[in-house]
Every structure is written in structure tokens, then in C-alpha cells.
Design a protein around this ligand. Structure first.
Ligand SMILES: Cc1cc2nc3c(=O)[nH]c(=O)nc-3n(C[C@H](O)[C@H](O)[C@H](O)COP(=O)(O)OP(=O)(O)OC[C@H]3O[C@@H](n4cnc5c(N)ncnc54)[C@H](O)[C@@H]3O)c2cc1C
Length: 519
């Protein structure tokens, strides 16, 4: 990828679109632009998905809560996107039943009607039908639900996915379509021509330390919570447009919520939605919504956020989780677009907004994972006009995402790799040792580490344990214990010197500190 960038610079050829940011938004733009036939290059300062895109609740959803706010167009757009994504990445998007447990007499009719509206809005993109449940049916779906005062429930359906895995598969899709994408390459400056119009970026190759100059007809700022920092590289006086807030999830063992349904609590003490979701062999409980002052790549959960989740989980589960039960904690920063004077971040718009600065920097902000494809389509449409590029139709509604497989469940725990599962298994037939789990509490094998290095641009131990596999979410302490074995395999694959592993271990322990609770 770096060689391609150098070759283009040597030929003094300009890229059609330069994308800053390798999260769902930026990688989505790379997929859309490349599949239309534009020359696109993407730079990510850290690893693909290191920001918010690997730290979501992992739902592909219409957003029942927006329905409550009366935002029908937003819900309809998201439901449509949900259907398109399931069609194009069936190996990664699955149907998940959600039960809203009812403890007050009015909740069953109220939520029952609301969920039926949700079904109608989904139309042909619907997942499954909602229904009212008796107490017995609710307990059948949620064997560990708190039964004291339980009057029944309402079940509805939404989509679930593995966020970092989808992101890696989108990056691979973009590359297959001809895009150039590099991780560990921060954009350090926005370049302007004699008339003051944006004409490219300066980039630092984080591994070699080299500075690269990259010319582009359009520069897209898709940096999520970091949006304002890049806008200010373009114009130091640019007013902030992002109001960041962080969301925490805690991770518990499946015993806390066996079965295959999730719990959705429409309104907690502070008016927010709470989910308890079976995900792989764990349960995710989240989330909080805490306004924050500064934006960091590795944000930290506040004790009161973890307490809030433990208290609310205890309210709905028969066994009360304690801090000692936390396998991991993860925090993501919402890139909410500040609209007017809203005080509460929960009330700020989740819709996306495209802004073009006076010098021509295109910023895409807001939105959510579920709508990444539509956001990308809007960005590339706007880029064609802004950069006077050839106008080409968007093709991503029909574009299959890397790994596409309609029956990936047959690959067992490698199902998230979709069609790549076959090649990963092949690695173990060449070297049977690679089939062994690297830690007794984690399912990750050497074959996945080797695959991540060879085919998925993994460069650090964190890349493998946090995003190529989800070990850091499954069990943060076990991940630290597995880090050395991962590092040794990576060192051999990437041809690194002997002291590379110890540096990596130190760096990974620092990352894992943010996921281990009590830390
Ligand atoms: C707690 C939480 C739960 C959520 N749950 C859901 C959900 O269940 N479903 C859903 O649809 N949505 C959900 N969302 C929303 C969704 O996750 C985000 O909208 C989406 O991931 C944002 O993607 P992004 O690419 O805009 O930002 P990011 O993923 O943060 O990507 C931006 C990238 O830009 C990079 N960057 C920054 N500066 C530079 C630079 N100078 N040079 C190069 N790269 C740079 C960063 O390193 C980062 O990787 C959730 C969000 C949060 C916070």
C-alpha cells in the first residue's frame, strides 16, 4: 500500500479522494468510492477500528428509542440499511430477539404497539415479528430475568454483528475494489493550493517515521470523535461541531443471561436505554452516556458509570453481578453532532451531517454504524461535485462484503470470518500447532494470529487481541496472559527484532489497563 502511494507521488498523479480516518465512516467511504471506480486512499492514525467503531453495542438497529422521539425518517432509513447489510454480509449480521420485560401494567400495551409500528416501518426489510409475551414466555426466553413483579414482556427483533470484524471485512472489500488503505499513518496537516483550496494532506508513516505528501482532489475528514481536531488543521478558527460523550459497556459471563434473547430496558433511572445482550460466549451490558471534555483513543470508564451498569443489571437479573464478575470493560466515544443548545447528549442528533469548509475540506460527522453505507454514499456523491470527478452511480446496495457466506455457522467459532474460515483452517493443516488455543480461557488460536498478520494488516499485539480477534473484550486479564504467545507468533510473521515482543507487551498492558476492572 505504501509503495502504491510512493509510486503515485513519483508520477505526480493526484488521488480522486483522500480519506482521513479508518473507522466505519472512513472505510465505508473507501468502499463506496473504489467500487464506483474512483482512485481513493485512506489513512488511519492507529489501527482500523481503534476508535469508536470497535466499541459499539454491536447492534444493527433501527433505533427503537428514536421512534419514541418521533424521528420516523431516521428509523426508516436505519431499518432499510439494516436489511441491506444483512443481505450483503450474512456471515456477520444475525437476527437477535429483544425482550422488553414489563413490570408495570401499562408497559405491555405501550411497548407492544410501539414495536408493531417498528415492524410496519421495516416492511420488506423486517427481521421478525414482535409479540406480547406472558410471564412464562418471558421467563422461557430470559431464564435469569428478575421475576418479582414481572407482568410479561414484548419481544421484537433487530440485528447483531461483530463491529471490528465487519470493519476489517469492509477494509478488505475496499482493497479488493482497488482502494489503498494504510493503518498507523496519521494525517498531520492539510495542504492548500495557491488559491487556498484543499489539495492534499501530509502524512507520517508511523512505522518508518517517513513524512509523505499526498495530493488529492477531495479530502474527506471522517475522524469521528476527532473531527474537530482535523477541521482545525484546515482552519484554526473552525468552531467545534462535535459534542463528545462516552458510552461504557461491561462484559459478563453467559451464565448471567443464558438463552439467545437480549434484554432491552427502554428507560433507566436517567431516561436512557439499557441493553443486556448475549454476544459470542459473553453478555454485554450497556451503555452510559457521559459528556466528556477531551477525546482519547483509549478512553477510561468512570467508577460511577460501571456502578450504574452493575446496579441496573442487578435490577433485571436474578444473580447480581459484582465488580469481580467483570471480564472486561470497554468505552466508546459518540461522535454526536452538536445541534443548537441541547444540554443532554442523549438528546443530540445521531443523524449524520456533511459540511464543506470554505477551503473545501469535506467533513462527515455523526451517524451510526447501521447507516455507514448511506453515509458513504452521501459523501461520495458530494465529493463528485466538490472535486469535479466523473459522476458514477453508487453500487454498494448490491455489493457483497468480503467473507460473504450464507451458511457461515457451519464454520463453528470461525463463523465471523465467513468464507475466509476455510483458508484459516488450511493454515492448521500445514502446521497443526497453529490449531491450539493460545490461552485456556480464550478461543484464539495461532492460525488466527498468522492470518491477521498475513491478510488483515495486523501490526501490533493490540490489533490482534482487541480487533482481529475479540479476546480483549472476552477476557481482558486472560488477554494479557496470552499477549506473549501472540507477540512471538507476530514477530516471526512480520520479521521483527527480538526486543519487539517486550515493547509490544508493555504497550498492550497499558491498553488492557483500560479494560480490566477494578483496574
Ligand atoms: C458506546 C457506543 C455504542 C454504540 N452502539 C452502536 C450500535 O449498537 N449500533 C450502531 O449502529 N451504532 C452504534 N454506535 C455508533 C457507532 O459506533 C459510531 O457512529 C461509528 O462507529 C463511528 O464511526 P467513525 O468512523 O465515524 O468513527 P471512529 O470509529 O472513531 O473512526 C475515526 C477514526 O479516525 C482516526 N483518526 C483521527 N484522527 C486522525 C488523523 N489525524 N489521521 C488519521 N486518522 C485519524 C481515529 O484513529 C479513528 O480510528 C455506538 C457508539 C458508541 C459510542
Amino acid at each position: 500500500m505504501i509503495r502504491r502511494i510512493d509510486a503515485r507521488a513519483a508520477e505526480e498523479r493526484t488521488w480522486d479522494i483522500v480519506v482521513i480516518g479508518g473507522g466505519a465512516t472512513g472505510v465505508g467511504v473507501a468502499v463506496d468510492a473504489a467500487s464506483r471506480g474512483h482512485d481513493v486512499v485512506l489513512f488511519e492514525q492507529s489501527d482500523f477500528g481503534k476508535g469508536t467503531s470497535s466499541r459499539s453495542t454491536k447492534l444493527i438497529h433501527g433505533g427503537v428509542r428514536y421512534l419514541k422521539q418521533g424521528n420516523v425518517p431516521l428509523v426508516m432509513e436505519a431499518l432499510r440499511e439494516r436489511g441491506i447489510l444483512r443481505q450483503n454480509a450474512p456471515h456477520l449480521v444475525t437476527d437477535l430477539p429483544f425482550v422488553v420485560p414489563n413490570y408495570r401494567w401499562w408497559e405491555a400495551p405501550f411497548y407492544g404497539v410501539g414495536m408493531r409500528v417498528y415492524d410496519v416501518l421495516a416492511g420488506k426489510y423486517g427481521f421478525g415479528h414482535s409479540e406480547n409475551l406472558s410471564v412464562e414466555e418471558t421467563v422461557e426466553r430470559l431464564p435469569t430475568i428478575e421475576t418479582e413483579g414481572l407482568r410479561g414482556g414484548v419481544v421484537y427483533h433487530d440485528g447483531q454483528f461483530d463491529d471490528a470484524r465487519l470493519l476489517i471485512h469492509l477494509a478488505m472489500t475496499a482493497a479488493e475494489q482497488g482502494a489503498t488503505l494504510v493503518n498507523y499513518c496519521p494525517v498531520t496537516a492539510i495542504r492548500k493550493d495557491d488559491q487556498g483550496f484543499v489539495c492534499g494532506v501530509a502524512v507520517r508513516d508511523g512505522e518508518s517515521g517517513r513524512e509523505l505528501e499526498v495530493a488529492g482532489r477531495v479530502v474527506v475528514n471522517a475522524t469521528g470523535a476527532f473531527t474537530d481536531g482535523v477541521r482545525q488543521m484546515d482552519d484554526p478558527a473552525a468552531p467545534p461541531i462535535i459534542r463528545p460523550s462516552q458510552g461504557v459497556h461491561i462484559v459478563l459471563d453467559r451464565e448471567f443471561l443464558p438463552g439467545s434473547s437480549a434484554i432491552m430496558v427502554p428507560e433507566t433511572d436517567d431516561g436512557r436505554v439499557l441493553f443486556a445482550i448475549p454476544w459470542h460466549e459473553r453478555v454485554l451490558v450497556g451503555t452510559t452516556d457521559t459528556p466528556i471534555e477531551s477525546v482519547e483513543l483509549e478512553p477510561t470508564a468512570l467508577p460511577e458509570e460501571v456502578d450504574f451498569l452493575l446496579v441496573h443489571a442487578a435490577r433485571y437479573l436474578t444473580r447480581d453481578p459484582t465488580p469481580a464478575d467483570l471480564r472486561s470493560v470497554f468505552v466508546g466515544i459518540r461522535p454526536l453532532v452538536a445541534e443548537g443548545e441541547a444540554d443532554e447528549t442523549a438528546e443530540i442528533s445521531r443523524e449524520h451531517a456533511i459540511r464543506i469548509s470554505d477551503s473545501g475540506l469535506l467533513t462527515i460527522a455523526g451517524g451510526k454504524w447501521t447507516t455507514y453505507r448511506k453515509m458513504a454514499q452521501d459523501v461520495v456523491d458530494a465529493s463528485e461535485t466538490l472535486g469535479a470527478l466523473d459522476t458514477k452511480p453508487c453500487v454498494t446496495e448490491e455489493l457483497r462484503i468480503h467473507g460473504y457466506h450464507r451458511h457461515a455457522e457451519k464454520f463453528g467459532r470461525l463463523d465471523v470470518y465467513g468464507s475466509d474460515a476455510v483458508s484459516i483452517r488450511e493454515l492448521t493443516s500445514v502446521d497443526p500447532g497453529l490449531a491450539e488455543p493460545l490461552h485456556e480461557a480464550l478461543e484464539v488460536t495461532g492460525a488466527e494470529v498468522v492470518w491477521a498478520c498475513r491478510r488483515e494488516m495486523a501490526r501490533t499485539v493490540d490489533d490482534v487481541l482487541a480487533r482481529r480477534t475479540r479476546s480483549l473484550i472476552f477476557d481482558a486479564r486472560a488477554s494479557v496472559e496470552a499477549a506473549e504467545a501472540v507477540g512471538e507468533l507476530m514477530r516471526a510473521e512480520l520479521g521483527r527484532p527480538a526486543d519487539w515482543v517486550s515493547d509490544q507487551l508493555r504497550a498492550f498492558e497499558e491498553v488492557a489497563r483500560h479494560h480490566i476492572w477494578p483496574s
